[in-house]
Write a protein that binds this ligand. Structure first.
Ligand code: KIV
Ligand code: NA
Length: 264
């Protein structure tokens, strides 16, 4: 299959075609989502929660994300693989951002990187793009700033809408190839999407974005418990694994497994 490139996403927008992105952090999910036709795989810093068991995305490190990213780039034949830059690895300066992004490109084979933030991150975006690294921006609710934003809250309501539009335009101007918008009102996301030449990717941003993204453990039911309203559950993977593990344990306890057919 032909590799998805950043220009394909822009062309999809021009044709009015929507595309999808999912997180992936390992070999098999990358293979499965790639085979399913998901255009973009994001090795999100949400691996902090969903792989490493942290409560927020803040603790995860570059050294922890690089091996996961390498697993995904080795396994996805068609999808564009985007590596998330973790908290503290790019905000200090454009130079810091560049050195971090280069590690994801060289050591992990990423095709692009994603970073959070609006206007203050424009020098970072420009530096990476000038250095040959495609950048996906992420605005609206940005989890790495949850302590500043006061928890998980919709961004860009009322007066703040114009700020979201301005941030999106600044990211496009700085050279970003796409923009994730998280938890912004559907009307605001639609306005941004119409105002930009580059594609928008929504999560909790309504269906008038050019693409959508979800965290796979949320969407396919590996994680359970309180879920944000924007998540739709397409499968119940946790129940399947739970049932399989219980059956296995019961068969070991009873001596039913291994049977003669499993025995040399
Ligand atoms: O880390 C992540 O999973 C993300 C998506 C939710 C966009 O940034
Ligand atoms: Na992220």
């Amino acid at each position: 299959p032909r590799r998805i490139r950043t220009h394909h996403l822009r062309e999809a927008k021009q044709r009015g075609e929507r595309f999808s992105m999912l997180t992936a952090y390992d070999q098999y999910t990358a293979q499965i989502f790639d085979e399913a036709g998901i255009e973009v795989l994001l090795v999100g810093d949400s691996a902090s929660n969903n792989v490493y068991g942290n409560e927020t995305s803040l603790p995860v490190t570059v050294d922890e994300l690089i091996p996961l990213t390498r697993a995904v780039t080795r396994s996805a034949r068609r999808a564009l693989v985007v590596a998330d830059l973790p908290f503290g690895s790019y905000q200090a300066s454009p130079e810091q951002a560049y050195l971090t992004a280069v590690r994801f490109m060289k050591e992990a084979g990423a095709h692009a990187v994603k970073l959070e933030g609006g206007l203050p991150m424009t020098p970072q975006v420009r530096k990476l793009v000038d250095g040959g690294i495609p950048v996906m921006a992420h605005i609206g609710f940005t989890p790495q700033s949850e302590h500043t934003l006061g928890g998980y809250r919709v961004q860009g309501r009322g007066e703040a809408a114009s700020q979201v539009v301005a941030e999106a335009k600044a990211m496009q101007e700085a050279g970003a190839f796409a923009i994730v918008m998280e938890m912004v009102p559907g009307d605001v996301a639609a306005e941004v999407t119409a105002a930009l030449d580059i594609p928008t990717i929504g999560i909790g941003a309504g269906n008038r974005c050019d693409g959508q993204v979800l965290v796979w453990q949320d969407a396919f039911g590996l994680r359970t418990g309180r879920m944000p309203r924007f998540v739709k559950q397409y499968a119940d993977v946790r129940s399947i694994l739970l049932e399989a593990a219980r059956t296995y344990a019961a068969e070991v306890a009873s001596g039913e497994f291994p049977g003669p057919e499993h025995t040399f």
